[in-house]
Design a protein around this ligand. Sequence first.
Ligand code: SAM
Length: 207
Amino acid sequence: MAADNCDKRLYDKWDKRWQAPEDNERLTIVGRGMFKAKKKALLAVLQGIDPGAICEVGCGLGYTLGFLQEAGYRCVGIDVSANAVQECLRKGLNARLQKLEDVTEEFDLVSSDGMLEHFLNFEPYARHMMRISRKYVLLIQPNYDSLSGQALAFLANVLRRQVNVYEYNYRIRDFVSVFADNDFQLIDSRPVFFDVCRILLFERTEV
Ligand SMILES: C[S@@+](CC[C@H](N)C(=O)[O-])C[C@H]1O[C@@H](n2cnc3c(N)ncnc32)[C@H](O)[C@@H]1O
């Protein structure tokens, strides 16, 4: 019950965050550079595998979902925020209002970009991602082990603390360890934009 209340509070914060999507779409030069680098690295990671059906969990305003759809991948985005989903639909993206916890179908690849670090305990949500994945899970996570990752987090905290949803400074090894404990092995770890964040690709090891 207590965990449900925490989730509800967090999900309400996300919906509020996406209330005026146009304010969130104004990217700085650094933001634009990061998105370009992320798109390039993401497509390079996916070229190495044949992902089939993809679920982009926490699609937000649809940046990553947009990259995936543009590149021709079969992809659906889900999000707990009605405002975010509405914006994705307005952009012509395939998105629906749904909680990760409620998904019952399976996908070949389950991805999320910038979602897990907002949970006080990310493990149950990582497990849900693994539960609905037939083969791969792909995460895009801030890299707090790099100086650039720490600098960006510091700046975001100083400049955008009022609007940003709080994030915990999990390390890449925290994700690797939780996935390894659940039979998902790290097969790619790719730095993005001076290693500000990392694309992590996990593959199911059990038969
Ligand atoms: C940083 S935003 C994602 C940005 C997005 N990846 C993009 O490329 O624009 C994280 C998103 O995860 C969503 N989210 C958080 N918990 C979720 C859950 N349990 N199920 C689905 N979406 C969730 C939030 O509503 C928020 O939109």
